[in-house]
Design a protein around this ligand. Structure first.
Ligand SMILES: [Fe+2]
Length: 490
């Protein structure tokens, strides 16, 4: 392995940092490197694995304005590993957001974080609630050969060169009807059948939500307002051949607190959940379907079947985790990031387009989240889902779960104690024609041995453990989302 240091940044965080999400597996990275011909420590990189695995992570260089740091405040950093011919190269770069560059220039924190009041920000900024920094640290995907990083509180889509991770400005997706500084949320979707990019944004002002569609070349083609009764906090979307799907969940900023300038999420289960089926062609009315109250962080997929739309996602039994008398501010905060405390389970909704009725049911009793599927099956009926499982207490992934949704058969791989995985997309084998013919790729963060690896699994044999383990040049921080871009698709 040959490693070249590109840039070392200076951290202004406390030397003895007590924060649970800036230490351990969440210890931020502050150096950018290029690394070539990575060492394979076990197994062999398959010659028919060709593409780039991209991972977004949160890496704060400065403390929060008032010290109340939330892990999603951290500045986005992309890690990319590129496989070709049985070899692997790696590089990582901060997403050079306008906010990060301004804070580096000022030498201090300029914007209030998620747990802080936006009014405290020293400058106007971005985000659904305004006056935040667009950290671009939540999600990453590839559209028309360009990597796009996005932020779940809304901002811009930052473009990076897929080969070099060099900055390429922001995607030209803004429309005059969009709220200022909130062009796009995390979790846009690429429909591989059409090449289109589907995205959404949300804001504190009416109509509170928009769906946007960019064509295969990245040009904004259509904008559809999604009228809601008030500000909502959608995190993900799904799509079928004809519809974009957005949830109106009863977890949103408490209107009473909002009137006082405080953005505090509250659960209103009596309102139930509604799903909007938004015609992608912009023709015809949005159709709404009622469902039981919940909050969904991530959907695995949706598709049309006869005169129905099937939606699969991760239903939360407790969107605001239950509090106990001995809870402290820290333990309450830790629960807010714990999929076990939120009781997430894979779930299916069936929207009958003829009767307007919804049928829904949990389809797995295992707690899991962060689903991925073969991206070519987005919007079409899928059979396999790959998700992450975790131990109670922390936002960390301790295992990978493959589910055959047709038979219910599950396979699981659990990592050794102290080793945590990242979101693990399915990577089709070069030339494959079957849905599960390929690999599942993840980064690991090993806090026991202070190393990171990229681990490759046979998608049909996850339970057998990795078929290849590739050493990364440094231990990388845990984070949120990842994606896979085959070389053949660019
Ligand atoms: Fe997410």
């Amino acid at each position: 392995m040959r490693v070249e240091i590109v840039k070392q940044y200076t951290s202004r965080l406390p030397a003895e940092d007590p924060h649970p999400y800036r230490t351990g597996a969440w210890r931020p990275n502050t150096v950018e490197v290029d690394a070539y011909d990575l060492d394979v420590v076990a197994g062999e990189i398959p010659a028919d694995l060709e593409g780039v695995y991209l991972r977004n992570t949160e890496n704060p260089l400065f403390d929060a304005l008032t010290g109340r740091y939330h892990p999603f405040d951290g500045d986005g950093m992309l890690h990319a590993i590129r496989f070709e011919g049985g070899k692997a190269d790696y590089r990582n770069r901060f997403v050079k957001t306008e906010g990060l560059l301004a804070e580096l220039e000022a030498g201090e924190t300029l914007w209030a974080g998620i747990l802080e009041a936006p009014a405290l920000s020293k400058r106007d900024g971005w985000g659904a609630r305004t006056r935040m920094k667009d950290a671009s640290s939540t999600d990453v995907l590839v559209h028309h050969g360009v990597a796009l990083s996005t932020f779940y509180q809304c901002g811009e889509a930052y473009q990076l060169d897929l080969e070099t991770l060099a900055p390429r400005g922001t995607a030209n997706l803004h429309h005059p009807s969009f709220p200022k500084g909130a062009t796009i949320s995390a979790h846009p979707k690429v429909d591989e059948a059409t090449g289109e990019l589907l995205f959404f944004n949300y804001a504190a002002e009416a109509p509170y939500c928009h769906v946007g569609i960019a064509d295969a070349g990245g040009t904004l083609a259509r904008v559809i307002p999604v009228p809601l009764p008030g500000p909502r906090l959608p995190h993900d979307m799904a799509f079928t051949e004809r519809f974009a799907i957005i949830g109106d969940f009863p977890l949103f900023w408490d209107p009473a607190k909002l009137a006082q300038g405080s953005y505090r999420a509250r659960y209103f289960p009596d309102l139930g959940t509604r799903f909007a089926l938004v015609p992608r062609d912009g023709q015809g009315a949005i159709r709404w379907f009622m469902a039981s109250p919940t909050y969904v962080l991530h959907f695995s997929n949706a598709y049309e079947e006869g005169d129905a739309v099937i939606l699969e996602g991760y239903h939360q039994g407790a969107p605001i985790p239950e509090r106990t008398p001995d809870d402290t501010p820290i333990s309450t905060f830790m629960k807010s990031l714990d999929m076990h405390a939120m009781k997430t389970r894979r779930h299916r909704w069936r929207f009958d387009l003829t009767t307007g009725e919804t049928k829904e049911a949990p389809v797995d009793d295992e707690c899991s989240e962060f689903p991925t599927i073969h991206q070519g099956y987005g919007g079409k009926k899928h059979r396999y889902v790959y998700a992450a499982v975790g131990e109670p207490g922390f936002f960390l992934f301790s295992g990978l779960l493959r589910t055959d949704v047709e038979t219910g058969a599950k396979a699981i791989h659990r990592f050794p104690k102290g080793v945590f995985a990242s979101e693990a997309p399915f990577c089709p084998r070069k030339g494959a024609t079957e849905e599960d013919d390929g690999y599942v790729v993840t980064f690991t963060t090993d806090v026991v041995n202070d190393v990171s690896e990229c681990q490759i699994f046979d998608a049909r044999g996850i339970e057998r453990g990795p078929i290849a383990r590739v050493r990364l040049p440094m231990r990388i921080s845990s984070g949120t989302h990842a994606t896979w871009a085959p070389l053949s698709r660019r």
